[in-house]
Design a protein around this ligand. Sequence first.
Ligand SMILES: Cc1ncc(COP(=O)(O)O)c(C=O)c1O
Length: 487
Amino acid sequence: MALAEKIVLKAGRALPMLGVFMSFDIKGIVNSRLGENYDLHEQYVNQTLVKVLRTIEFDKIYARAEGCYLYDREGNDYLDFLSGYGVYGIGRNHPVLKQTIRDVMEMDLPNMVQMDCALLSGLLGEAISRETGGDRNACFFGNSGTEVNEAAIKFARAYTKRNRMISLKGSYHGLSYGSLSLTQNNNFQSGFGQLLPGVDYVALNDLDALAHELKKGDVAGFIIEPIQGKGVHMPDPGYYEKAQQLCRDNGTLFICDEVQTGLGRTGKMFAYEHWNLDPDIVTVAKTLSGGFVPVGGIITRRRIYQGVFSSMDRCVVHSSTFGRNNLAMACGLATLHVLKEEKLVENSARRGEQLMDGIRELAKKHEMIKDVRGKGCMIAIEFQKPSNLLLRAAWKIFDNVDKGLFPEMIVHGLMSKERILTQVAGHNMDVIKILPPYTIDDKEIGRFLNGLDRVLTECGSPLGPMWKFGANLAKHALAAKKAKAAK
Ligand SMILES: Cc1ncc(COP(=O)(O)O)c(C=O)c1O
C-alpha cells in the first residue's frame, strides 16, 4: 500500500489531499529557478524597475536573509540599512515570528469567517491599544499603510461630519487615491488625474497657515508623520503641541501617521511620545507585520470609531476582506512581544544615537556631510557642495540634471563597494536615509561607519570611479528628461 493511502486509512480524513500537496514543491521551484528573477520581472512584472535596478547596479540575486543581513547565492552578506522601507525593525526572519506562523498553521484555526469575532484580532486590538495609551482603545485592522490612512480620512470625515483634510508639505502617506491626495509630492501625484478634493497643505512649523485653515471650521483632520519620512524632517520645538491644540480648539481631529515611525523606529514605541502628544487617531503598519504578513491598523478613541460604525446597519460599513486575518494578527502580537522581550525600542534609541554620533565624527573629516538628523533608527545624512573646484563643478552639473544624483552616488557606492543597502531620502534633495533594524550592534554600526568613510574618501577624487558612475547616472537622467519633454 502506498504511503499516502496508509496515512489516509489511519487518519480517515482530508489526507487524499496529500498527493496533491506533495506534488507542489516550493523549495524545489525556488532552488531551480533562483537567478531568473530579473528576467521574469522584465517579462511579467515591472520592466521599468528592472531597468533602474540594472542601471544603478542593484540587480542582486538574494537567496537568504537573517537579522540585519541579506545573502546572495555566493554567500556574500549585505548589511540591510533599508529594512524593506522600514519594515524589518525586529530584523529579517525572526525565529519567534517563524514559529508563530508555524503554530498558527498547525492549529488549523478558522480564518476570516467574517460573521464572527476572531480571538486574535481582539487580542491584537487589546495589545496595541495598551501601547498607544490614553483612551485610544478602538482599533480597525487593514492590510497596509495606505489603506489605514484611507480609513483615517473616512473616520475623521464620519466623526466630524466635515470634508476637508490638511496635511504637511513634503509629506508621504501612501499611494492609493485618498492617501495620495494627502501625500504632497508631485512626483507621486502627477499623471493620475484628479485627486481627492478638499485637501490642502501647510508647511511644517507654519502655525499661522494651519490656524488660517482650521478656523474655516470645515477641516475634518490634520495629519502628520511625526518625523517626515521624505528627508527625515522634524518640527521646531513646540510646533506639534500647538498644532494639536489648534486642532482641539477648532474641532479638527489630530492624526498621527506612525506607519513608518511607529513600533520603535524612532526609539520610542510611537514617535508622538517624543512630544507628549495625544493624537485622536494613530495609524500603524510596516514593523507591526514582523516582516511576514501585511498588516495595518488604526487606533482611535471609541467615540470617533463609533462615528463610523454608528448603527447596526452600518456595522461593516468600512471593512476589508483580509483585514483581520489570523496570520497578520498573530504576527502583530508576536512582533509586540519581541519588541518588549528583546528591549528593541530601547536598542533603537541607543544604537541610533551611537550611529548619529559616529556620522557626526565623520563630518569633521568629510566636509560634504552637511547635517545628520533623526531619532532612533530613522536617520538622514544630508550632503553639501565640496570646496574643491573640480568637485564643485561636477556637483553643479549633476545638480542641474537632477538634484538627487549625488546621494544616489553615495547609495551606489555603499552598495557596490561595501555591500550596504541604503536609500535616497526623497526627490530633489541631497539626502540619504538609513533605516536599520533595531537589532544592530557595534558590528553593524562599525561596518556602516567605516564603509561610509571609505565611500566619502573616494568621492574626494574627482576622476575616481564614484564620479564616473555619477556621470553615467546623469546621462540616463538627462535622456529620461529629454524623452519626457518630447512627449
Ligand atoms: C508615513 C507613511 N505612511 C504611509 C505609508 C504607506 O504605507 P504602505 O506602503 O504600506 O501603503 C508609508 C510607506 O512608506 C509611510 O512611510
